[in-house]
Design a protein around this ligand. Structure first.
Ligand code: ASP
Length: 331
């Protein structure tokens, strides 16, 4: 029988109604009790009891440390987590736990487990099945899909089908045959060494969604307040304005000051490509780094991790041109 650890961290899945709204209260043991019998030997550790809106870099480190600590004692680890920031946690864990040697599967639910028609039971069962049978990696399992953690995005606020695997297919889906793995798994990075725990990050970064009229001077105000790197969700393929409010010039100036600026797209699907239009090429000439087809969740966590390693702008540009953990498809 496979031995699986449940690390519980809170979220809706573990929430109960209170005068203050839904509050995470159920322990991991209680989740397992309500789930009923599964064909695995399950052990539980409660490491946090938070709504995931309260999960921040300190909690990412704690979760990563626990996974690393127990990686050799179990065949797989399930992390129950709130859905709101689960994609960020999954992306960050992918960088903090490179080459993890067991499957680690994050899951949660849209409705608390103690509600009759909750989606928690199905999602937890899926997560345990994935932790028992997927190749080693960081995953997010939700509503019949097992996705690479660093490619997952929460796309719906209440629907049970809340997550999507962006720009790569899910690793596996559920059918009447059980867990059906995607045969074309080229997008899943093959591990190339021993597991490494590296939780050094610099969270002094920002993610700016560009809109017509945005004042580029605000970027300098952020840097004056300690911001060390910026991801800009630019338009379409990655274009940015350079007339009147000159984003392109601002980016050049920031980069010359040693502040990496990554250009991603506001479009959820497909890649940014700064080479196609003048509005992208100009930014590229100024040194903007393309996020290619990464999710914004992956781009911002990759930037935090890179800064935490002490990389300079050139090293970060090179790092973004590298597929570290399956987060990006490079042409
Ligand atoms: N606010 C909750 C959380 O992220 C939402 C959920 O879990 O579905 O913890």
């Amino acid at each position: 029988m496979k031995k699986i650890l449940l690390l519980s961290t809170g979220g809706t899945i573990a929430s109960v109604a209170s005068n203050a709204g839904l509050v995470p209260k159920e322990t991991g043991e209680e989740l397992i009790k309500m789930l009923g019998k599964l064909p695995y030997e399950i052990q539980v550790r409660d490491i946090l009891q938070l709504d995931s809106s309260n999960i921040q870099p300190e909690e990412w480190k704690l979760i990563a440390q626990n996974i690393y600590k127990y990686r050799n004692d179990y065949d797989g680890i399930v992390v129950s987590h709130g859905t709101d920031t689960m994609a960020y946690t999954a992306s960050m864990l992918s960088f903090m736990l490179k080459n993890i040697n067991i499957p680690v599967v994050l899951t949660g639910s849209q409705v608390p487990i103690n509600v009759v028609l909750s989606d928690a039971h199905d999602n937890l069962r899926l997560a345990f099945a994935a932790a028992a049978s997927c190749p080693p990696d960081i995953y997010l399992a939700f509503h019949n899909k097992v996705m690479l953690g660093c490619r997952s995005v929460k796309v719906r606020t209440t629907n049970f089908d809340a997550f999507e695997s962006v720009n790569v297919p899910p690793v596996a889906t559920v059918s009447s045959d059980g867990l059906v793995f995607n045969k074309d798994d080229d997008f899943q990075k093959k591990h190339d060494g021993n597991p490494v725990l590296n939780t050094k990050i610099d969270a002094h970064v920002s993610l700016v969604k560009l809109f017509p009229g945005f004042d580029p001077n605000l970027l300098f105000a952020m840097v004056d307040s300690g911001c060390r790197g910026i991801v800009i969700e630019a338009y379409g393929l990655g274009g940015m304005n350079f007339i009147r409010r000159n984003m392109v010039a601002a980016i050049g100036k920031l980069i010359r000051q040693g502040i990496p600026v990554v250009a991603s797209s506001q479009c959820l699907y497909e890649r940014s490509d700064l080479t196609k239009y003048e509005v992208g090429r100009e930014a590229l000439l100024e040194g903007a780094i393309s996020a290619c087809d990464m999710t914004s969740e992956s781009a911002i966590t990759k930037l935090m991790w890179a800064l935490g390693q002490g990389m300079n702008v050139n090293e970060i540009a090179k790092f973004f041109g590298t597929n570290v953990t399956g987060e990006v498809s490079l042409k």
